[in-house]
Design a protein around this ligand. Sequence first.
Ligand SMILES: [Zn+2]
Length: 122
Amino acid sequence: MSRTGLERFGVVSPAIVREPTRDSEGIPVCPECCHPVVKSKGSQRVEKPDLVHVALAAAFDELITFGWRCERHPYEIVLPMRVGGEDASAFVDGWTGVQIRFSDEHVRHVATPEREVSERVE
Ligand SMILES: [Zn+2]
């Protein structure tokens, strides 16, 4: 949906951020509908991310993260790949870990491009 649509009226449904689950064969699936999401693997956008760090929360309307998405819902479901901590370089060079509150209220580190953070936060 375009930004001039419902958002103009303040009706914004933030993306649902969930932990990906895997089926018995280890294939990542959507936790809500169990549909395989393998093909969506890549950079994902999270609108209005619930970032724990105050400076980050103020700087990001939208967070780029790495993981999967499920498009079989009227709302957006983003399934970020979990990283161990702030150092996400073991994951991909140039990416860093930020803490985000998932829809289940748990706070987890997800990956985001380091440049995005350094450009926006001193
Ligand atoms: Zn789904």
